[in-house]
Design a protein around this ligand. Structure first.
Ligand SMILES: [Zn+2]
Length: 288
């Protein structure tokens, strides 16, 4: 058993304090008895629950079910109906699950064997309106389709949207920084001389060479999307970027806000990232 310490004394960086047991209480949300303690030095009282990530959550038994629903194409509001909890509770849990999933997603990736071959690319979506597009940069391991990293960044509207997007003011393109953040993270997850594949975006090569000077880097010319693959799966007999495109199609199929022709859209960039992390953890742990 791990040593129990007084959270208040530790905060005031006292080296140690004497702790006594002081009764217990029954937690109804998961039917467990929780031991309480009291610090003799500062008379602060606390319990085993104080140190847990779900501390103060009243509906902790719904967390796991919600995590699965949010990774399976269910919207936040529909999840609230299905789980018989308030939609505000769902939002709070969604943010909690986002942080928790990011931690476990990164931890699991660091513990796995280093990737030999990886693919990366951008997927486009938007926040609130199509005039405020977002870019999701993601990378997968080629053989297993394991998601290695995801970054979300804003970008300026392109093509026909650019003119109408003027009313929202100047929108800074942050894709370059996001790509570099991702490549930097990938350094820890790959061998020193990995094979890296991507599409033929002219900006990619310089960044890849900067972070992976010894890598074998191959670029492929993009192909037209097949109708049923929703633009992600290509009309090719052999798609060299299949692992990545398949994963993008999985994101589109399982994250409600990324569906094509959807009512449900992203309102905040940070929440898109949280939702992607919830899915990525589920994808790596359960789906592949
Ligand atoms: Zn104390």
């Amino acid at each position: 058993m791990t040593k129990i310490y007084c959270p208040k004394c530790r905060l005031e960086s006292k080296s140690s304090s004497k702790i006594h047991r002081q009764g217990s209480y029954y937690r109804t949300s998961d039917s467990k008895w929780i031991q309480r303690y009291k610090c003799v030095d500062c008379s602060h009282s606390f319990s085993n629950a104080t140190f847990q990530s779900c501390y103060k959550q009243k509906k902790r038994h719904k967390n796991e079910a919600l995590r699965k629903l949010l990774s399976s194409g269910i919207s936040l509001r529909r999840a609230a109906i299905l789980l018989h909890i308030h939609r505000i509770t769902v939002v709070r849990k969604f943010l909690f699950l986002g942080i928790e999933s990011e931690y476990y997603f990164n931890l699991a990736n660091l513990q796995k064997k280093k990737a030999i071959s990886i693919q990366f690319d951008d997927l486009e979506t938007f926040e609130k309106t199509k005039y405020k597009p977002l870019s999701v940069t993601l990378s997968v391991e080629t053989d297993t389709r394991r998601i290695l990293g995801i970054e979300v960044s804003q970008m300026a509207a392109k093509g026909l949207h650019a003119y109408k997007a003027k009313k929202y003011g100047h929108r800074k393109d942050e894709r370059k920084n996001a790509r570099r953040r991702l490549l930097k993270k990938l350094q820890q997850l790959t061998i020193e001389t990995p094979i890296i594949q991507s599409d033929s975006n002219p900006y990619y090569r310089r960044d890849v060479k900067h972070y992976f000077s010894k890598a074998k880097y191959v670029q492929y010319i993009g192909a037209r999307g097949a109708g049923t693959g929703q633009g992600e799966l290509k009309k090719l007999i052999y798609d060299p970027l299949f692992s990545l495109n398949h994963t993008c199609a999985m994101l589109r199929a399982n994250i409600n806000r990324l569906f094509r022709k959807t009512w449900c859209t992203t309102k905040k960039k940070e929440c898109l990232y949280a939702h992607l992390m919830i899915y990525a953890r589920f994808h790596n742990e359960t789906l592949i």
